[in-house]
Write a protein that binds this ligand. Structure first.
Ligand code: DGL
Length: 269
């Protein structure tokens, strides 16, 4: 980090477009900050890959972001956080904020005692999720449901298609049959289909996503180190990078971010 570290950007990454749901929360809570977003599209989805591969990708993307002189790193991907955050903290000397399925808050709010957790296979099989279930799953039935194929649909911005809805119904019906009243979105891609999920499960079911909590946590970490930019003159610049085919990625990122943005191709990362 440079001497005037406050002026440096915050690096945020995900396997693809999912981290935009976290970026959106950061943008709204920390409007003055410069943000760099990396979508590791050429290697997405992470969720079905082996842990070594995922850790290697996280290290490569983190090294790139650190070279851009960032003051903090946000791992806006549950799969990456549960598998790689320890290694990432070892290789950088800036605050690293991760994300994990919101099992603890869900266990607190459930009244039926049945909580559904939607996430990637890799996240659900991780020791981190096992630990969360052990710590907070007492007297709560946790229905861990991997969602193969869903990230691919969201990466193509197929949010409201009949196929995506049918896929979601397949994941959600078994947990509804068991009396779920709280559902955790344990993958940062899934908030993009939150409305469809809510339509399927009905308004009596609470859907929990931790994007805003991650942004708050980032704010606290910046404050502690006096790294937060004052909000008087919001810069608001977001720079997007991707390891994937830029034409397609730029179209999808623009659609999901809500305005036309240009995306820089990350070669060799
Ligand atoms: N968005 C990611 C997560 O939060 C990963 C999805 C994937 O690449 O499989 O887990």
């Amino acid at each position: 980090m440079t001497a005037n570290a406050q002026q440096s950007a915050i690096g945020v990454f995900d396997s693809g477009v999912g981290g935009l749901t976290v970026l959106r929360a950061i943008r709204s809570q920390l409007p003055a900050e410069k943000l760099l977003y990396v979508a590791d599209t050429a290697h997405a989805p992470y969720g079905e890959r082996n842990p070594e591969y995922i850790v290697d990708r996280c290290v490569a993307v983190t090294r790139f972001l650190v070279q851009q002189d960032i003051k903090a790193l946000v791992v806006a991907c549950n799969t990456a956080s549960v598998l790689a955050i320890t290694q990432l903290r070892e290789i950088v000397d800036i605050p690293v904020v991760g994300i994990e399925p919101a099992i603890k808050p869900a266990a607190k709010v459930t009244r039926s005692g049945v909580v559904g957790v939607l996430a990637t296979s890799r996240t659900l099989q991780s020791p981190g999720v096992e630990r969360l279930c052990e710590l907070y799953g007492n007297n709560v039935e946790m229905i861990l449901t991997p969602c193969p194929g869903l990230v691919e649909k969201i990466e193509r911005a197929e949010l409201n298609t009949p196929e995506t809805r049918a896929m979601l119904e397949g994941f959600l019906s078994p947990m509804l049959d068991k009396g779920v009243d709280t559902i955790v979105l344990g993958c940062t891609h899934y908030p993009f289909v939150r409305q469809t999920i809510q339509d399927i499960v009905g308004n009596a079911v609470t859907v929990v996503e931790p994007g805003a909590a991650v942004a708050r946590q980032l704010g606290h970490r910046l404050d502690k180190l006096s790294l937060r930019l004052p909000e008087e003159s919001p810069d608001g610049r977001v720079t997007f990078f991707s390891t994937g085919q830029i034409g397609d990625v730029a179209t999808v990122i623009s659609a999901l971010w809500g305005r036309a943005v240009s995306v820089r191709y990350l070669e060799g990362v």
